[in-house]
Ligand binder design. Sequence first.
Ligand code: HEM
Length: 106
Amino acid sequence: ASANVDAGKAIFQKQCFTCHTVDKGGPNKVGPNLWGVVGRKKGSHEGFSYSSGMQAKGGEWTYEDIDHMIFKPTAYIKGTKMAFAGLPKEQERADVIAFLRTMSDS
Ligand code: HEM
């Protein structure tokens, strides 16, 4: 199936919103605000204190990198502060990333 933005929004609200806002100018919570995160420099959101593993990562968040991150954060980033088991279902990850893509200026 192709990615579904509405399904991704529902998954985000259930699984991610407890730690992340995603609206423009929204506050950091346990995790950084995710407005415009697709294409954003990793570990760069103002006012958020990232783990050293996250800071060492470098580059921008591509689709593939976010897919890896939310599949299993602890496998993707050594010592990550993102205490989330991950989304094992590929379709759910595709839906969430499709939703994240809509939450952006570009
Ligand atoms: C970081 C996505 C769930 C806490 C990140 C980043 C992304 C992301 C893309 C990197 C942001 C950046 O570089 O600025 C998601 C998605 C989730 C989710 C899509 C749901 C599927 C959670 C949950 C928590 C959490 C439930 C809290 C229990 C964090 C923290 C960081 C982070 C603390 C910073 C990681 C570090 O510095 O090592 N998240 N997240 N996230 N997230 Fe999540």
